[in-house]
Design a protein around this ligand. Structure first.
Ligand code: 6PG
Length: 473
């Protein structure tokens, strides 16, 4: 009997759709889920009549697959991944391959890769981005682990991945060893947090200044989606404003509680950036923004205690402000991606991932949540100079930011005057201003450190390490 070429464990929506995608592309699949009813419902429902074999025990699942087996896990990150690996491994043969397609922490992936390698089992930690739709019609895939193991599934992954509009290239590439695939996915998600926060701040400023309706917001974002901001998240935002709430007849967005959730990938990125000594202030501001938003009860109380400016907006014309916010958003976005790419560069050195930043930008062009026209510009910047130290110093991005600088500062001034928080937009501008500063006030910090702790300092006029006797003037 012919065996199936691809196995998937975990029939959540992502898993269900991913298998449909695999099968549609001509690969016979076997599926297993912890609860049998889900498997049954799936194969009798959307998967009916397709070459997708249901299995109800792990033994049956493993037995249904051709060797070396290709098994992908799409289960909740954390303990469930270890649990399923533990059950699976005794049933596998050497050279079989396990792919973890969840949002696992890259450090867990490093550990699992080591443990499995010691037992002769191949392992890939693969970032999968694009949500339910992406899983079904083409996600962006970020596989990391052994290159040979990736070769075993490369044809399948190339077939199921999203294809970039510009050149039809599949949005998947071998990322690098160990946990690099999940590392890159983590960075993708942190950048996703940054994009979402920046968009939310743009909305907030326009809402408070111009008191726009949901329809007007829809029109603005739809318009922005035609230009340099053109991206999945701007498109999603435009569409959000169209949705009305059946219960109240109001725009749904207006009745949604202002408490943002998070599953941890953005936070991991900020933690890791601190560990590696990389500055990612825009992304960290986005994580902080979610944390502050979640403290709703505290904020409601504080709102009745603390005061801010009371004046109303009476600045530029509505159109000028809208255009300025668009420019501020784009300039901030460039800073955010510059930070994200920088962190990848640092991680590549630190963990010996050997990441190709231009190629990573290329596989984010379609399928994933941060897909955007702008990713082509990043790819082009790395094509111009593969060792680019920071996107901001690329000729094109330098121009893009400097032509928007005035608008960017105007927007932040307006936010400060009116007391509207724009932490990510402000952090982006501060990053830009710090990065372009030949001299920062760290000389004073060094003096303070040496003053109270004899931490020493360097001088601008001669080499060496110095300590001053601060008691004598
Ligand atoms: C993707 C997304 C996805 C992520 C969600 C929710 O690339 O498809 O990044 O993997 O899980 O966007 O993330 P939070 O719950 O942390 O917002």
């Amino acid at each position: 009997m012919n065996k199936q070429v691809f196995g998937l464990i975990g029939l959540g929506v992502m898993g269900q759709n991913f298998v449909l995608n695999v099968e549609r592309n001509g690969f016979a699949a076997a599926v297993y889920n912890r609860t049998a009813e889900k498997t049954k419902k799936y194969v009798e429902g959307v998967a009916a009549g397709k070459n997708i074999k249901p299995t109800y025990t792990l033994e049956e699942f493993v037995g249904a697959l051709e060797r070396p087996r290709r098994i992908m896990l799409l289960v909740k990150a954390g303990v469930p991944v270890d649990a399923i690996i533990q059950q699976l491994v005794p049933l596998l043969d050497k050279q079989d391959l396990i792919i973890d397609g969840g949002n696992s922490c890259f450090l867990d992936t490093e550990r699992r890769a080591r443990e499995l390698e010691a037992r002769g089992i191949n392992f890939l930690g693969m970032g999968v981005s694009g949500g339910e739709e992406g899983a079904l019609w083409g996600p962006s895939l970020m596989p990391g682990g052994s290159r040979e193991a990736y070769k075993e599934v490369e044809p399948i992954m190339k077939a199921v991945a999203a294809k970039a509009e510009e050149d039809g290239e599949p949005c998947v590439t071998y990322i690098g060893p160990g946990g690099s695939g999940h590392y890159v996915k983590m960075a993708h998600n942190g950048i996703e947090y940054g994009d979402m926060q920046l968009i939310a701040e743009a909305y907030d400023l326009l809402k408070h200044t111009l008191e726009l309706s949901a329809q007007e917001f829809h029109d603005i974002f739809a318009e922005w989606n035609k230009g340099e901001l053109s991206s999945f998240l701007i498109e999603v935002t435009a569409n959000v404003f169209k949705k009305m709430d059946g219960d109240t007849g109001r725009p749904l967005v207006d009745v949604i509680l202002d408490k943002a959730g998070q599953k941890g990938t953005g936070k991991w990125m900020s933690e890791n950036a601190l560990d590696l000594g990389a500055a990612i202030p825009t992304i960290t501001a986005a994580v902080d923004g979610r944390i502050l938003s979640a403290q709703k009860e505290e904020r409601v109380k504080a709102a009745s205690i603390l005061s801010g400016p009371t004046k109303k907006y009476n600045g530029e014309s509505a159109q000028k402000l809208i255009d300025s916010v668009r420019d501020a958003l784009y300039a901030s976005k460039i800073c955010s991606y510059a930070q994200g790419m920088n962190l990848l560069r640092k991680a590549s050195e630190e963990y010996k991932y050997n990441l190709d930043l231009g190629t990573i930008a290329r596989i984010w062009r379609a399928g994933c949540i941060i897909r955007a026209r702008f990713l082509n510009d990043i790819t082009n910047a790395y094509n111009r100079n593969k060792d680019l130290t920071n996107l901001l110093v690329d000729e094109e991005f330098k121009k893009a930011v400097s032509t928007r600088q005035e608008a960017w500062r105007l927007v932040i001034k307006c936010a400060i005057e009116l007391g509207i928080p724009m932490p990510a937009v402000s952090a982006s501008l501060a990053y830009y201003d710090a990065y372009r500063s030949e001299r920062l006030p760290a000389n004073l910090i060094q003096a303070q450190r040496d003053f109270f702790g004899a931490h020493t300092f360097e001088r601008i006029d001669k080499p060496g390490i110095f300590h001053a006797d601060w008691d004598t003037s």
